[in-house]
Design a protein around this ligand. Sequence first.
Ligand code: NAI
Ligand code: HPV
Length: 545
Amino acid sequence: MNYKVLVTDQVSDSGLKQLYDHPGFIVDKQTGLEPHELKKVIKDYDALIVRSQTNVTEEILEAAERLRIVARAGVGVDNINVDAATKKGIIVINAPGANTIAATEHTLAMMLSLARQIPLAHQSTSGGKWERKAFKGVELYQKTLGIIGMGRIGTEVAKRAKGFQMSILGFDPYLTEDRAKKLGITKASLDDIAQNSDFITVHTPLTHNTKALVNKEYLQKVKEGVRIINCARGGIIDEAALIEAIKEGRVAGAALDVYEQEPPANPDLLESSKVIVTPHLGASTQEAQEKVAQEVSAEIIEIFEKQSVHHAVNLPQVSGHAQQRMKPYLQVGEQMAQLLIQLFKQAPERIEIEYCGDLLEEDTGLLTRTLIKGILSYHLSDSVNIINVLHLLKDQGLVYNVQKNAKRKGFSNYMELTLINGGESVNIGATVLNGYGPRIVTINGYRVDLKPEADLLYIKHHDLPGVIGQVGSILGNYHINIGTMQVGRTSIGGEAIMLLTLDKKANDEVIDTLLLLSGLQEAQMLNLESQYAMSDEVGQVNIYQ
Ligand SMILES: NC(=O)C1=CN([C@@H]2O[C@H](COP(=O)(O)OP(=O)(O)OC[C@H]3O[C@@H](n4cnc5c(N)ncnc54)[C@H](O)[C@@H]3O)[C@@H](O)[C@H]2O)C=CC1
Ligand SMILES: O=C(O)C(=O)COP(=O)(O)O
């Protein structure tokens, strides 16, 4: 089978070479498609590669019949409706880091251009003028640079600005004192940056929180004569407020690479001698373009061939290596969830998950999704995968809660799953025994030691003499061989459960015959399947199943 990949923006062909050359992949490049054209063609493709120009809207995703991956050959995914993709079980990946240096260097180029008015000076000189007086600039040396967003690009900008001997104030919710110290910068508040910076540069993504982060109110607090740079996303700085602040003289100039609307149309912005504009060029270097295309190409191949995901925006990291380590947990997790929902028989209102012991040190994001998927797929079947599972959970009005507990509960690792609806609840606990593999060890408080198998007979009964023997005889009469048998009871003569792994499924007639036994309250075949149990190869999580 061939995977069909559509590229709709100017993505480097040499960077895509691996994908072009890879057997089993067909790559079509169709740039400049109108939305209605993309909507028409997208149905034939398994993967879509875009930069910032293509808008991957809900409508486009709705029209995609077999799309599995939307790949952003770059960082920002604000042109992709990630929510709609997630709901449809489509992975969104990007290439973080691959264009960091390009965007960093562009930011510094903009800062220097702004300080020395290079674009205007060039225009004047190439126009035959010699206006040395008109273009007196300012130095970066010993000035203060405020950086809003100390991620990959913000950090690289800080390192280079230090080379100009600037003092740097950094604001980022994740910036610690320790990291600031190591970088030789000062951890600051947004207000500190406003009041003290000679230059301010923004390097955050565009989110609900960062939209108009630099707005009219903020610009009223800035140090007079500040110069502002935006090589991150249009909309982080309110353009109308910026123009007003420039006109009022509070802001000496701005250098913009990105705009609220691209291409920008606002003449106040485009015609101002105090504003330098470039057409979203931050990532446009030969090196960065090759790298982003190479990274997404390699990842698309890995996802389809190895089910290994490194840079998903809507999925925890699923590297082949981590999968291999987590595989027994994923296997038993999926099976315990299936077992529990079959016992509960109704949809839960709440799902409680507890991870104990060694599991505290693992990234359990994928495991949690696997557990919930095991529960939801009982009612929703094929439509659930680990990408859309949390969305579907929310759509169903269900809530889940994960607790991590240092207690080992008698095992080196242990996980427990509880389904709750009103006053009713069921729960199940499992562990992975070193050298023996996964075991289900508790069901509704009954201690068991069950190696999960595909066909399992569950019986609830009174702990009376003879019940076990009679169950064995009935199964024998129907030529059903018992592989293993587990009995758990609360007290002698009290409630008890039996779990039998069978070589052959017990059909309805067998179940009805069993239910005629006195003391037997429930008998039910449970079907446990795990995709993780199928193969020993590394990276066999089928993220789309
Ligand atoms: N102009 C261009 O061509 C390019 C633009 N970009 C844009 O640059 C931005 C940053 O990229 P990276 O550094 O790679 O991302 P990153 O994810 O490494 O860093 C973003 C940082 O912003 C911080 N942040 C989030 N909300 C914040 C808030 N309210 N206040 C302060 N900080 C906040 C995050 O904690 C994070 O540290 C992205 O929007 C990206 O799309 C990236 C490459 C090229
Ligand atoms: O990577 C990003 O976030 C960018 O903004 C780069 O955009 P581009 O790929 O050059 O259209």
